[in-house]
Design a protein around this ligand. Structure first.
Ligand code: SF4
Length: 224
């Protein structure tokens, strides 16, 4: 008989791409100084991924090292991002450690993996991918049921097809009644003005978002 397979233990280390201090750019927290912990690796390959360097590059770092690095910034908020943070079984435990240091801890996720594993004190910022992303992994619909009023969903809109798809998604799921929902223009493909006009003319119940960090800094710069 084949022996039962046991899951490997959850460690106190995790693969980190970079830790840096910058301005939060893509949520209702935009404008707030924030310490970012960017984890390495992702289960998706989006066409317009702007952090492709994080998909493969990373170093194993202890939670103690990560917390001590974050602590140096005395941040108002911390964001765990990627890549996709939820590909790591250690991410919920890392968030627990960061919550001892700072509230809130934001976690940016692509919504394809179970968000309910995260501590309830975390704020989940779920990036629901529109067709232009050409994402190859389906959104996990169950995640809709785990959202609360503190969480946020954002959808990056590249063109009218994305906009219509996103509006339809909202109608089907009532997403805007569950948490703040933001539509942001894809920095290279659509202007803020065009998206604002579509939101207004269609009376879409969302908030206009934008990628503030890409306005402040060179969009090709790492660690911002
Ligand atoms: S989910 Fe995010 S990190 Fe992963 S490929 Fe898409 S844009 Fe890049």
């Amino acid at each position: 008989m084949k022996p039962l397979e046991t899951a490997p233990p959850i460690l106190n280390t995790i693969k980190v791409n970079e830790i840096f201090y910058s301005i939060q750019g893509e949520s209702t927290w935009a404008g707030t100084p924030c310490a970012f912990v960017r984890l390495a690796g992702c289960n998706c390959r989006c066409l317009y991924c702007d952090t492709s360097y994080a998909l493969h590059e990373g170093t194993d770092r202890s939670f103690e090292d990560i917390v001590n690095t974050v602590k140096k910034y005395s941040p108002a908020i911390v964001e765990v991002t990627g890549g996709e943070p939820l590909i790591h079984r250690e991410t919920p435990k890392l968030c627990q450690e960061l919550l001892k240091l700072c509230h809130p801890v934001l976690v940016e996720t692509n919504g394809t993996l179970d968000i309910s594993v995260l501590p309830s004190a975390c704020i989940r910022i779920m990036d629901i991918k529109c067709p232009s992303s050409q994402v190859d992994v389906p959104f996990l619909r169950e995640n809709i049921h785990h959202l609360n009023k503190n969480d946020e969903c954002k959808m990056v809109i590249s063109n009218r097809e994305d906009f219509d798809w996103a509006v339809d998604f909202i109608k089907q799921t009532n997403l805007h009644t569950l948490c703040t929902t933001l539509f942001s223009p894809n920095h290279n493909w659509l202007t803020l003005k065009e998206l604002a006009q579509w939101i207004l003319s269609d009376q879409t119940p969302v908030r206009l978002g934008f990628q503030l960090h890409k306005t402040i800094w060179d969009p090709n710069t790492r660690g911002v």
